[in-house]
Design a binder for this molecule. Structure first.
Ligand SMILES: NC(=O)c1ccc[n+]([C@@H]2O[C@H](COP(=O)([O-])OP(=O)(O)OC[C@H]3O[C@@H](n4cnc5c(N)ncnc54)[C@H](OP(=O)(O)O)[C@@H]3O)[C@@H](O)[C@H]2O)c1
Length: 214
């Protein structure tokens, strides 16, 4: 699968590297320097290259949106037409200081994003785990007891693509329902971040849902 990374920072760089290692063709884009994108592509040890947001998005089977909330409009403008495109977003609608959600309760970042690109097939995924745990989860993927990863969206086909990539990254996908459920998953992401960054165990934290009684 061809995957375009829009935002090659903590999340985009690691997920792009993981997708390339899992056998996908990855284009890293949207960093402040081209050298960083070239370096990431070189280090990914798979089919990876550096490109512009437009090159990353056009022709991609899936696009990962991984920028700060304040950069969303800029990266979308640079990416061009995303009609029909599967857009996975890990972006949380955080304020400049990353202390609070600026959209919550009655909407979510994922829904606001979908309103900006109504012809795209938006799925909220990978937003509920810290970047620090991603390589560890990927490296442990052959072990039993994979961590969960919630995702939500309104397009069944796009959700299938998301579930596949979530599995490729070493998580067990948990379908949380339609995109409006991002109103719950986004605050949940802040809980995970609280435990990861303010707890005593360090940021390499994932979570796992288990069902009992059957
Ligand atoms: N970090 C986490 O653990 C985590 C977990 C869950 C969700 N999230 C969400 O995921 C999204 C991405 O987070 P992140 O931590 O990966 O962010 P980040 O490390 O700040 O990465 C953002 C990317 O955007 C690029 N960028 C910023 N300003 C730019 C500009 N003016 N022109 C071009 N590129 C620019 C950065 O370039 P450089 O590479 O040059 O800095 C970087 O590649 C955010 O919405 C965040 O809330 C993050």
């Amino acid at each position: 699968m061809r995957i375009g990374i829009l935002g090659s920072g903590l999340m985009g760089a690691k997920l792009g590297t993981i997708f390339a290692r899992a056998g996908h063709e990855v284009t890293f884009s949207y960093a402040r320097t081209r050298q960083k994108l070239e370096r990431l592509a070189g280090e990914a040890a798979g089919h990876a290259k550096a490109g512009t947001p437009r090159e990353a998005a056009q022709g991609a089977d899936a696009v990962l949106l991984a920028v700060h909330w304040s950069r969303i409009d800029d990266v979308l403008r640079q990416a061009g037409d995303l009609s029909g495109r599967v857009v996975l977003t890990c972006s949380l609608p955080m304020n400049e200081g990353n202390t609070d959600l600026v959209v919550a309760h009655t909407s979510s970042g994922a829904e606001e994003l979908a309103r900006k690109i109504p012809q795209a097939r938006v799925v909220a995924a990978f937003n509920t785990v810290p970047s620090e745990v991603l390589f560890g989860v990927y490296e442990a993927k052959r072990r039993a007891g994979r961590p969960s990863l919630v995702y939500c969206g309104d397009d069944a086909g796009a959700k299938d693509v998301a579930a596949g990539l979530i599995r490729d990254a070493g998580f067990e996908p948990v379908d949380a329902g339609p995109l409006r459920i991002a109103r719950y998953t986004e605050p949940f992401a802040l809980l995970v971040a609280q435990l990861a960054y303010e707890g005593s165990g360090g940021p390499e934290l994932a979570y796992r849902f288990e069902r009992f009684g059957k």
